[in-house]
Every structure is written in C-alpha cells, then in structure tokens.
Design a protein around this ligand. Structure first.
Ligand SMILES: [Zn+2]
Ligand SMILES: [Zn+2]
Length: 486
C-alpha cells in the first residue's frame, strides 16, 4: 500500500463507485492526525465565521417556530397522536433505514421497503442517506478520535449537535460509501432530496390532519415542526447520550454505553455498547424484554417478505465479550482484597533437624543454621498445616472449637486434624488460616496435599495471561494487557 499520504490533488474525474479508501496507507490514522493541521480552537471573537450557518439555522429556527407556533395553536388529540405516530415513522426512516440498513448493511431490504425508508427518512431532515452514512461509518471506524466527526471526548454538547453548528476542526476520517453510490434508491433520494424534505418534513404532516380532521395549522406545528425537533434530538442522543450514560457490558475500550433511557428516546438505539461491538447485527437490544422497536420493525418486515438476510452475530462471540467484562469487574474485586503470602514470599523453616544455609550477607557470611519450627514455636504458637507454618498469636482465644484444641497442636502438624480428623473446617476457616502463614516447611508440601495447600478462595482465580505461569501468582503482579484468562 502506498505510504505517501495525502496525495497531491490531481484534476481527475471522481468515480464514486471505487472504494474511497482503496489506497489507504497502513499508518493512515496516525499520519493524518500528525500531518493534517486542524483549524485553530473555536473562538468567540470571530464566532460568526465559525458557524455552519445552514445547520445552525435549521437547528435553531425550527424549535423557535415550533414553540412560538404551539403557543398560538391549540393541540387536538387526533393531531397529537398523529404527530407521535409520524415521529416514529420518520424516526424509523433513520434508525431502520439510514442507520441499520444503509450505514451498516445489517439486512437486505426489498425495493418497496427501501423507497419507503428513503422517503420517510427524508422527513427526518438529517441530510441525504449517503452523507449521513459516510459520517456514521467514520464514527464507527475512528470512535473517540479526532477523525470521528462526533467524537464523544469533545463533550456532550459537541457530540450532540455542536459538531453540526460550528465548522469542524478537521475533516472526518476516510470511510467508504461506494456501495451506496451504486444503489438506485439512494441515488434517487439524492436527486430529489430538497423536494422530499419539504414534502415529507412539512407538507405531508400538514395535509393529513387538514384533510382528515381539518387541523392544518396543528398538523404543521405539531406533526411537522415540533415532531421534527423531537426526531432530530432523538437521533442526536445516539451520538451524545449513548456515549455517556450507562454500562459497558460488552467492552469498555471506548465510550459507547447501554441504557434503557437512551433506548426509549432513540427508538431502540440505546444499546450502543453492544452496537459498537457488533455493528452489523440488525439488533441493538439482544434480550426480548429490552426496548428496540427498530429491531421489531425489521423483524416484522422480514415476516411479511419485505426484508431478508437479517444479520445476527454468533451468540458465542457476544457472550465472550460479556464474560470478559464480568471477569474484569471480578478482577477489581479480587484486587481489592488481601490475600495470603505465597510460598515464594515466605521464609523456609525446617521441622527440627539442624540444617545450614549458605549466607553471603556481609553481616553473617558463611553457614547459618536454618530456623526450625520446634525452636520458633517456643516463642510463638506455630502450627503446621498443609506444608505451611501458621502463627496463631491472637487467635487461640478466638478459636471457635476452644483454645485447648489449638494449644495442643502448637509445634505439631495439624493437617489431618484440620481437614476432618478432629473437625472438617469450613472454607472460611481455611481462607482465614492461610492469612496466618509465616513460613513454609523445608522440603515442600507433603505429597498429595497440594489441593489442601490452596485455600478455597484461591482455587478459582482471575489471572492475566502473563500471570498464568504461577498458580500462586501474586495479585499485585499485573500488566495493563488486555487479555484475561482463568
Ligand atoms: Zn456511537
Ligand atoms: Zn452505528
């Protein structure tokens, strides 16, 4: 691939059926961010030069007309319900059409359904299918970077509508939409876009209440103008609220989040954490009880033969993401707890034989006698269980079975007595015992007792892939690596 980017602009005919990223260099993102200087930060001094006046006017004048108009226009029940209905219809044009069908190709739609979605989608007045999908594909491809047109890291207001109201600081990253350029319906919508937005945005919602129950003014204000404001902000919430509110049950690398409230205000686009992980899935909500009318609509279209090839990510892969996030949370809990010292961190103590250690310490150079359990237990209550020496100071009186049973075992191997010989201790008792380790018996653990040497709380443990070599791996030894495993 070419490593020279950007190329010198050459006067040539642009063939929009050729993928725009066909010659993309390997280091495109880093190179573009480094070599293409962004515009200077927004300045209030020359604010009128910073404004994108077309979007700014649409996004400010429409609500103004709506609010003033509503003040002078009584709201009739029929008109209200029609406005709500029309909100859903034009909203679905965006969610089921622009978003899931064209930006993500998550299902196939028959020609009648495509025309329907292109027409009602125009009623949402959010630009042509091609322009919208191009921006959205760049959003998915460069999420949370400066090449993402609605980068959530620039703040809620910016990702909601600021990105349309002021001139962008840099161009969105390259995203191919050559597949859309070949589509007849999209080309048709593009050719008639102005007529379509005027008719579907304002004329049609005025005509219906006028002809059916004589409320032209109410139709224009409520089903036309105010309905349009609601559709706008509903879509904008996918870029702002869905990147801000809620949980990340599938992956927390980027900002997308799942939340019912977002789903309610966006006709089901609120399970955005799932969506960014599995963008070609026709669903946003994977559970039957989650609110996703767009999914229900697509499924219904399939049932009546107007849609087909609904894409669904394999459940096995979806569950892997969920499990990874669950393990990550459990790992945090694990790291918040104190754990017993492992055998590598403890001094090695002999039973009673006089053994010698070679010492190179400047203070004690030569052969040093190894401490013994017998000798040490004269000074403090030491008990041997499963190859570990435990210091029972401060616990003798608290021993639930009575102090005498413990005192009896000082300086002795209590493994058998602890594991059912006298009393079959609970898992909690074993976990607590491990916290009292002060040494490991020279000669390792007696054969066959390895299982007993590991407290129940440590038998299932979450370890990063680079910690797997040591089953006792200290919980503080970790890297920032992504991988996790048992
Ligand atoms: Zn997003
Ligand atoms: Zn998307």
């Amino acid at each position: 691939m070419s490593s020279v980017y950007p190329r010198k602009a050459e006067p040539k005919l642009v063939d929009d059926t050729v993928p725009s990223d066909i010659d993309i260099p390997d280091n495109y993102v880093a190179h573009t961010l480094k070599s293409q200087k962004p515009l200077p930060p927004f300045s209030w001094k020359l604010w009128y030069k910073e404004i994108n006046w077309l979007s700014f006017s649409i996004l400010t004048i429409t609500p103004l007309i709506g609010v003033v108009g509503a003040y002078y226009t009584p709201l009739r029940a029929k008109t209200f319900w029609f406005a709500v209905f029309y909100y859903y219809v034009t909203g679905l044009g965006i969610t089921a059409g622009y978003h899931r069908l064209w930006a993500h190709r998550s299902y196939n739609a028959s020609k009648p359904l495509q025309y329907f979605l292109a027409i009602v989608g125009a009623g949402a007045v959010e630009g042509s299918i091609k322009w919208w999908s191009r921006g959205h594909r760049a959003h998915h491809r460069y999420t949370d970077t400066d090449l993402d047109p609605y980068n959530a890291h620039k703040g809620f207001a910016y990702s909601h509508m600021g990105w349309m109201m002021i001139k962008p600081r840099r161009k969105p990253g390259v995203a191919d939409v050559s597949d859309l350029s070949k589509n007849d319906v999209i080309r048709w919508q593009h050719r008639h876009y102005l007529e379509l937005i005027l008719f579907m945005g304002f004329v049609f919602p005025t005509l219906v209440p006028w002809l059916l129950w004589g409320d032209a003014k109410g139709g224009y204000i409520y089903a036309g103008v105010l309905r349009l404001c609601f559709v706008h902000h509903s879509t904008f919430c996918v870029n702002s609220l869905a990147h801000w509110l809620g949980e990340a049950p599938f992956d927390d690398k980027h900002t997308p989040r799942d939340h019912l409230i977002t789903a309610l205000v966006t006709i089901g686009e609120g399970y955005h954490n799932f969506h960014h992980q599995f963008p070609m899935d026709y669903r946003n909500a994977i559970k039957w009880y989650q609110y996703d009318p767009t999914k229900w609509f697509i499924w219904t279209m399939q049932s009546i033969g107007l849609a087909s090839h609904l894409k669904v990510f394999p459940d096995n892969e979806v569950r892997k993401g969920q499990l990874t996030m669950q393990l990550k949370k459990l790992r945090e809990t694990q790291e918040g707890l104190a754990w017993p010292s492992d055998s590598n961190d403890l001094p090695v103590i002999s039973w009673d034989a006089c053994e010698y250690l070679v010492s190179f310490s400047p203070l004690a150079f030569g052969l040093m006698p190894r401490p013994t359990v017998q000798e040490q237990s004269q000074k403090r209550p030491l008990v041997l269980i499963s190859g570990f020496i435990h210091d029972m100071t401060n616990f003798i009186e608290e021993h639930p079975g009575g102090p005498h049973l413990l005192i009896k075992m000082i300086g002795k191997d209590a493994t058998t007595a602890f594991f059912g010989g006298v009393y079959d201790h609970s898992n909690a008792a074993h976990n607590l015992l491990a916290m009292k380790r002060v040494g490991v018996l020279n000669g390792g653990h007696p054969h066959g007792l390895q299982d007993k040497a590991i407290p129940p709380s440590q038998r299932l443990k979450i370890a990063r892939y680079n910690e797997l070599s040591s089953p006792y791996g200290s919980s503080t030894a970790y890297s920032d690596g992504e991988g996790m495993a048992y």
